[in-house]
Design a protein around this ligand. Structure first.
Ligand code: PRP
Ligand code: URA
Length: 208
């Protein structure tokens, strides 16, 4: 499946503030949350609705209702946590899992340090969250872990992706649809996305 880039003036506008090195922690967090909300909106375009009958003050009607309980949001720690508030604000009854992952700063290989997801993960649609898709190593390992627990339908939402990372994830997991706010130019020698936004975790949590 080809990665879907949200090409929209509102996203580009919000990204322009997010990317700016002068943007502070508070505004950065708010923007990550808002962009995550838009990504979730796009990712749920194919959601199946259940037919229900309701009564408006005017008349009865048949309409569609989302069974929110079929979904699980899984942020990749730490930075993915920044996106959780946004997606939960639109699908508040989804269950939540967590995958702890950090990138070794010398080898750039991901290291998994935590994994806890809802028991019935095999029956849920999983929406995996991480603002940055750089080499793709973290996303691939997180998806491997989810699939090893039985997950079948997985979508991956990120704010900025590098073409190198997209290619790797698409090759390893062709069944996983990637949604991103922007596909940037490339990775630099330290495997940071160019132009990117720097270190997402540090900017969300103010750790540098
Ligand atoms: C960042 C980011 C991704 C990963 C992307 O996390 O949030 O998880 O790097 O890089 P990759 O595609 O090359 O694997 P980081 O390791 O900085 O951890 P943090 O979220 O705790 O800051
Ligand atoms: N992780 C980040 O936070 N930023 C990048 O550009 C690459 C990996």
């Amino acid at each position: 499946m080809k990665a879907i880039e949200l090409k929209h003036p509102l996203i580009e506008h919000k990204l322009s503030i997010l990317r700016n090195k002068e943007t502070g922690t508070k505004e950065f967090r708010e923007l990550v949350k808002e962009i995550a909300m838009f990504l979730c909106y796009e990712a749920m375009k194919d959601a199946k609705l259940e037919k229900v009958e309701i009564e408006t003050p005017i008349e009865k009607m048949k309409t569609g209702k989302l069974n929110e309980d079929k979904y699980a949001f899984v942020p990749i720690l730490r930075a993915g946590m920044g996106m959780l508030d946004g997606v939960i604000s639109v699908v508040p009854n989804a269950k939540i899992g967590h995958i702890g992952m950090y990138r070794n700063e010398e080898t750039f290989e991901p290291v998994n340090y935590f994994f806890k997801v809802p028991k019935d993960i095999d029956k849920r649609e999983i929406i995996l969250l991480d603002p940055m898709l750089a080499t793709g190593g973290s996303a691939i390992d997180a998806i491997d872990l989810l699939k090893s627990k039985g997950a079948k339908k997985i979508k991956f939402l990120c704010i900025i992706a590098a073409p190198e990372g997209i290619k790797k994830v698409e090759k390893a997991h062709p069944d996983v649809q990637i949604y991103c706010g922007s596909i940037d130019k490339k990775l630099n020698e330290n495997k940071y996305i160019v132009p990117g936004l720097g270190d997402a975790g540090d900017r969300i949590f103010g750790t540098k």
